[in-house]
Write a protein that binds this ligand. Sequence first.
Ligand SMILES: Cc1ncc(COP(=O)(O)O)c(C=O)c1O
Length: 466
Amino acid sequence: MSKLTIDNVRDQIIGIDNKVPLLDGRLVQYINLDNAATTPTLRPIFEKVNKFLPWYSSVERGAGFKSRLSTEMYRRAREIVRKFIGADRDSYTVIFTKNTTESINKLAHRIDFASDDIVLRSIMEHHSNDLPWRLNANVECININPHGGLDLDHLDYLIHKFSQHIRLIAISGASNVTGYLNPIHEIAAKAHAIGAEIFVDAAQLAPHREIEMRSLDDPSHIDYLAFSAHKMYAPYGTGVLVGRKDTFLKGDPDSVGGGTIELVTADEVRWAPLPEKEEAGTPNAIGAVALAEAIFCTQQIGMERIAEHEARLSAYLLHKLEKLHGISIYGDTDPGNTPQRLGVIPFEVDGMPHQLLAAILAYESGIGVRNGCFCAHPYVLKLLNVSSQRIVTYKEEVAHGSHAGLPGLIRVSFGGYNEESEVDALIEQLQRIVRKEHHGEYVQDRESGEFKPKGYTENFDPYFSL
Ligand SMILES: Cc1ncc(COP(=O)(O)O)c(C=O)c1O
């Protein structure tokens, strides 16, 4: 295959031409505008995995040629990840996990928190970078500013207030709701100045921007970082946790069993060296190979080209959305600022439930977006300015089994392969929706909150079946 570039990457997306059924019986090409959740697969990654499969065997567990080859490829994948984020071998260990969520849970268990240690995380975090800290440490929350970005003054206030009790600042590199990029190295320097550490949730950052862990003697270094391969065009079940070796050398692993030990006697265990100590059970060699290839693909295209392309598409969408009446956009609405953010744009059609809007886009134009609170309930409720009284009502409704009234937004998130014509299709459908010209009649399921066209039965079997 010729070199992967931002101009030809679309041709390399598996399933890009897939047609999906609409409510009126037509078949149209699917438009995926939900890349912040999961990206489709890139053909070179699929091909690399297929080439590996005939050689695939047990990793770190066999003497046979295929086992030795698989072990070597698994180790190489680890080194490719290490280079991708600039983590030096002496200071950092690269641990393969299932996804970012598993990485953060592992880290939250592995940091040896004292009873008065505090983790600062922000209100803009994905639940995966919030709940593990809530369960394992005392937490305080960094506020957002009126535009929905991180309030750095409030961070300074919290640092001043809790100073040496702060053990860790856990912050997203980029928001999965508004696409805001956080100044991670600036925050790292603030953390290190008070003897704390920083964890960066790079689930959204890694697919769109270059990352540098930097050296431990640089005050702006990152101590811990996590990301997922399925957001980088490699959906084969791998995530990464990169972290300071000294943390993981101490104590017992959070998950134990095969692969984590050097020796076990009837009454004693000697843990394996890092990173094996932290990877319990048979490793996902296929996932690691896929992630390594995803990194090569990203590097071939060039992270800057990806960022430029996504910024152009975001500016195009923002310009078009601005001109539509009855649409409210959240976060940074300025098309001139898109190079300084990710291509993640949340909005709503005034007066229309987000679940209904998402359903009309899907059933009447084959457009896939995400709706709801995007696993960031506190952030979206704050962006929507939902009162605490309303939140009490929502809690009661959920306790009584109804998600129908839950607030939320629509999110468009771009990948490097999306194109302007897809934005045009979205805008065209939104125009119809704000003019109330969509044709389906939809009914809401009280329990899930989802809207479905009345009387419509779905049959997936002609497309895919198990
Ligand atoms: C910012 C952020 N953090 C964490 C996660 C969790 O990632 P995963 O589901 O791959 O564990 C996501 C997923 O959308 C995310 O956007």
